[in-house]
Each structure stands twice: as C-alpha cells, then as structure tokens.
Design a protein around this ligand. Structure first.
Ligand code: SF4
Length: 333
C-alpha cells in the first residue's frame, strides 16, 4: 500500500514481570500497520495478547507490565517517546477506545450529559453550551432516541446497547483518526450486536476514521474487517486481507477458529473446538507456541518457532506447513 499508515507498530514487546520472577510475554514481537479508512481485526482467544496490544497502543499498561521494546507510530508521531501529558492529549484526540463492558468505562455517579461534555471540553475549546449542543448532536448521530432527556440520565438507567452507543458517542466526540474497539459487542444480546457493529462501520465512514476491531469471533471479522490478524501466544500467526485469509487459511489455529463457527450450510450435531487451552504467557512451549494443540505437529515444530512468511498476496503465516503446500486436506483431523 502506497499510503502512509495511520498506525504503524514495529516489533512491539509488552512483558509482565510477575512476583516470582516469571516473565509473561503477553505481546512478543508484534508488527502491523493500519491504513486510513480501513477496518483491521485482531482475532484470538482470551489470553492470546490482543487486548494487551490495544492497551499498549493507548499506553495503559500498568505494573508489573511494561513495554520493553518496539515502536508505535501514530500519524508520524512516536507514541513511546511521549511524556504522559502529551499521551493524554493523544488519547481521545487521535485514538479513542471502546471497551467490552461500557458500565466499567462510564462513571456511574455522573449523568451521560456530564460525561460527554467533559470529554468534549477536555479536548476542544468550547463553552458549556456549545459542548452540550455537540453532545446532544452526537447522541442523535449514534441513534439514541430522546437525546435531550438521556443527557440527564445515569448509566444504570440505560440498556447495555444504549450504553455502548453512548461510549461510541464519547469515543467519536473528538473525531479521532483511529478507533479501537475491544470486544465491543461481547456483553450484548445477539440482536443488538449487529446494530452496534453497523453503527461503528457507519461512524468510521462518516468521520473518516480507521477501526481496529478486537474480537474472538471470525464471523464478525468476515462481515466487517478489510484485513485480519490472528494472534496466538502473544504473536501474529496469520495475517491477510479478510477474503483471501478466509478462503485459503494457512494456519491450523485460524482453521480451528473457523471450524468452531456455526455454519448454516453444513448440518453438524456438535461444533468443533480447538483442543486444549492457550498456554500461559510465562510458560510457552519450546518451538511453535501452538504445538501443544496442533493436530499437524511435526518434530521441527517442537524445536523452533517458525518465522512469519508471505504465502500469498499480502498474506503471511507463521507455520512450517506452508513449506509442504499448506494445511493437509484431511477431514479426519
Ligand atoms: Fe502446527 Fe507445526 Fe504449524 Fe505450529 S508450525 S502450527 S505445530 S504445523
């Protein structure tokens, strides 16, 4: 891509130094870029490192964690060199984040109006009245009915879907270049999930934002993301344009995630699962980090961790199977 990326992450390592001298390598050598107007999905199970990646971008990593290596460049500015005060300006102005559970992000003792106007006034010069008017306009933009009344209500008076709309209104209030959404619909009813994802896609287009969507759900990815990065064991194991990656999946972990999705065309009595669990970040196996769960594990997988390699147009994979033509076509596995 010839365009300059909005976000460019290179060789990021975020480690947690645990009490008993264990080091949890939650994010371990992660590199990727997000370009203007695109939706990029970061996919994986809990513990794969995707949320820590997002918190690293926002520089919201608390002790015992710290970013130990790498660069995070946002619109040409290196975030890791910034002082805390400069970073506070970046959060909200340049990058905003929507979390899984809006109840934890909204302050229960302040009205919705208070919380949106405070965000607007913190980042933009405006009078109380101007901020209030902008807040009402934003609530209407994100599809909240009775916006004037909602301004005086408290978070607990709203449904989960409405609270998430409020969070999106707060996030877009300063028209950030990048919106990071960390499992934004996981806590919502299925019927509301699509509405919130559609809303975020609309806001991305309306405000010319880029969207970094963090999810465990490849179904969501297939509908909303232009590109996808699959994370496992603190590393990106497969990356590519969504259609290409879903059509010619090259990593057994991505394949496992796909096989665990319900498929309306295939009648199955039970959905497949990926056997085992994500290894603890302080105790990755030697060699490939997926080797303890992989149905195709070979001797060399136990010796060294594969490098990420290009296997198709902008399609990269971290697995030795590509040397022998990719994942074997063996339905019994
Ligand atoms: Fe499986 Fe080996 Fe590929 Fe790792 S490198 S995913 S263990 S086949």
């Amino acid at each position: 891509m010839a365009e300059q990326p909005v976000l460019d992450i290179d060789k990021l390592k975020t480690y947690f130094y645990l009490d008993d001298e264990k080091v949890a390598k939650a994010v371990d050598d992660v590199s990727f870029s997000v370009y203007p107007g695109e939706t990029v999905a970061l996919v994986g199970e809990s513990g794969s490192g995707k949320s820590v990646t997002a918190l690293s971008i926002m520089q919201l990593i608390n002790k015992p964690g710290r970013i130990v290596e790498g660069t995070i460049v946002m619109n040409g500015k290196e975030l890791l060199q910034m002082k805390p005060k400069q970073m506070t300006k970046v959060r909200g102005n340049d990058i905003a984040m929507v979390f899984q559970e809006p109840m934890t992000a909204l302050n229960p003792v302040f009205t919705i109006g208070n919380q949106i106007t405070e965000m607007i006034r913190k980042h933009q010069k405006s009078s109380k009245n101007q901020a209030r008017e902008k807040a009402i306009e934003l609530l209407k933009t994100v599809g909240i009915p009775r916006a004037e009344d909602i301004m005086n209500e408290y978070p607990h008076q709203l449904s989960g879907g409405m609270r998430q709309r409020v969070m999106i209104a707060i996030a877009i209030s300063c028209e950030p270049a990048l919106l990071i959404a960390d499992e934004p619909t996981t806590a919502l009813d299925v019927t509301i999930q699509a509405q919130i994802l559609d809303l975020m896609a609309d806001m991305r287009d309306k405000y010319h934002m880029s969207l970094l969507l963090i999810t465990h759900d490849l179904g969501v990815v297939s509908e909303y993301a232009d590109r996808v990065m699959v994370m496992y064991g603190g590393q990106i194991v497969e990356e590519g344009p969504t259609k290409e990656l879903l059509r010619t999946t090259n990593h057994p972990y991505t394949k496992g995630l796909l096989n665990s999705l319900p498929n309306i065309d295939k009648h199955v009595d039970r959905l497949e699962t990926i056997k085992g669990t994500v290894p603890a970040a302080f105790n990755f196996p030697k060699g490939c980090r997926f080797s303890t769960r992989c149905p195709y594990v070979m001797d060399k997988c136990l010796e060294s961790n594969p490098e990420i390699t290009e296997v198709g147009p902008e399609h990269y994979v971290r697995c030795y199977l590509h040397e022998n033509g990719g994942i074997p076509n063996d339905e019994s596995r």
